[in-house]
Design a protein around this ligand. Structure first.
Ligand SMILES: Cc1cc2nc3c(=O)[nH]c(=O)nc-3n(C[C@H](O)[C@H](O)[C@H](O)COP(=O)(O)O)c2cc1C
Length: 374
């Protein structure tokens, strides 16, 4: 029997479980069309809002790289350095809802069998702002979007009633989700911020509001590094910087820890995993912890803006993996979802050495061995 890459997630059929996340790869009609042609199972649009957006002067994203033969970390371009992370302080889409509406309709018409998820964001300080969420939701679903993703997680919003400031408040998360659910006929995913003490608390708020799934993670709050020569931040405007978001390889293990908390707390709910994915082996972690789909940003940005090679490798990797494990009866990604969910336990549940093998903690483990004398 042939392996099947398709999956149904929150009632929406995906040709494969790999999506471009809400970010520059999905900021325009042409990018999204190219993404579908390239093989992505779905895309989440760059976040659409109603408030005016003006980005900072100069670069909005840079990439931090690590040298192989030294401990140097820098955004400076140089040969033989490996990607450590992306850092960005880009706001949501600077295009208006009116700009997006006809484009969403055209994209859906051109690719009716590909999943188009609209990411939306508004304020949450008063009833007018909450109605903005409904206006955005209705406009996008009227164009045929398959699902909505609520941006409750942008880490660089000054407004206390927007982005990750909403995502840090379980009541606001619940209210916003409920308000959107009141008008939506399509599934609603809540994209939560990882910058909280216990993400399960905010996830519970989202599910109480009626969320059909949680997406996690958005980028992690962070600063760029100071250049030791110029003594300026490696990304700055007039010498000034604000906190921004870290994505890419550095956040894969961090985001997995958040996802593990979520999938354990809500084993019967749906999750879309994001953070640090560029290969199938990375995505596999999220599937095994309990995610039904995964999303990619940084790796796609660095691969012709929409990740044609990344998606080819993700699809090939899943096909290879299913073929390799056909004897276990695994035919589709759903067969892997959650297989390692319960392998993450409290530290005290991890087996200890027997008394005989335990040397009072004086083994060398965890410490560098004493330097050999020549
Ligand atoms: C430049 C940039 C812009 C982003 N814009 C948005 C956005 O508008 N809405 C959103 O929900 N997430 C946004 N994100 C977050 C990504 O969708 C994703 O959650 C994050 O980058 C982690 O995935 P990665 O490790 O694959 O990059 C942005 C990320 C970057 C790097």
């Amino acid at each position: 029997m042939e392996s099947d890459l398709s999956t149904t997630f929150t009632g929406v059929r995906f040709r494969n479980p790999f999506l471009l996340s809400s970010a520059p790869p999905t900021e325009s009609e042409s990018n999204i069309l190219r993404a579908f042609e390239g093989g992505w199972g779905g895309v989440v649009t760059k976040t659409i809002g109603l408030h005016p957006v003006v980005n900072v002067l100069g670069p909005k994203t840079k990439f931090l790289r690590a040298d192989a033969d030294s401990a140097r970390l820098s955004m400076k371009k140089r040969p033989a350095a490996a990607l450590h992370s992306s850092w960005n302080w880009e706001l949501i889409s600077d295009k208006t809802l009116d700009w997006w509406v006809p484009r969403l309709g055209r994209i859906k018409k051109a690719f009716p069998d590909h999943a188009l998820v609209a990411s939306i964001m508004a304020g949450s300080g008063n009833d007018t702002e909450l109605r903005h969420w409904q206006e955005l939701a209705t406009a996008c679903q009227d164009q045929g979007c398959d699902a909505l993703e609520l941006n409750l997680s942008c880490p660089h919003m000054d407004r206390p009633d927007m982005g990750s400031n909403v995502g840090k408040d379980k009541e606001l998360v619940s209210i916003v989700t409920k308000v959107v659910k009141e008008v939506s006929k399509i599934p609603v995913w809540a994209k939560l911020t990882p910058s909280t003490t216990d993400i399960v608390v905010e996830a519970r708020g989202a599910f109480l509001g009626g969320a059909d799934a949680i997406s996690s993670s958005n980028t992690f709050t962070s600063l760029p590094l100071i250049d030791p020569e110029t003594l300026e931040f490696e990304i700055n405007v007039d010498g000034l910087v604000s906190t921004g978001g870290l994505g890419g390889p550095a956040i894969l293990p961090l985001s997995l820890a958040k996802m593990s908390q979520l999938t354990q707390a809500f084993p019967d709910k749906s999750f879309s995993g994001i953070g640090g994915i560029s290969t199938f082996e990375h995505a596999l972690n999220y599937f095994m912890l309990g995610c039904g789909t995964v999303q990619v940003c940084t790796a796609a940005m660095l691969d012709h803006a929409i990740g044609p090679h990344v998606i080819r490798e993700l699809n090939a990797g899943l096909t290879r993996f299913l073929d390799q494990h056909a004897d276990r009866g695994w035919r589709r990604v759903d067969d892997l979802v959650g297989l390692r969910r319960n392998s993450v336990v409290a530290q005290s549940k991890i087996r200890r050495p027997t008394e005989k093998d335990y040397h009072g903690g004086f083994d060398a483990e965890g410490y560098a061995a004493a330097e050999e004398k020549v």
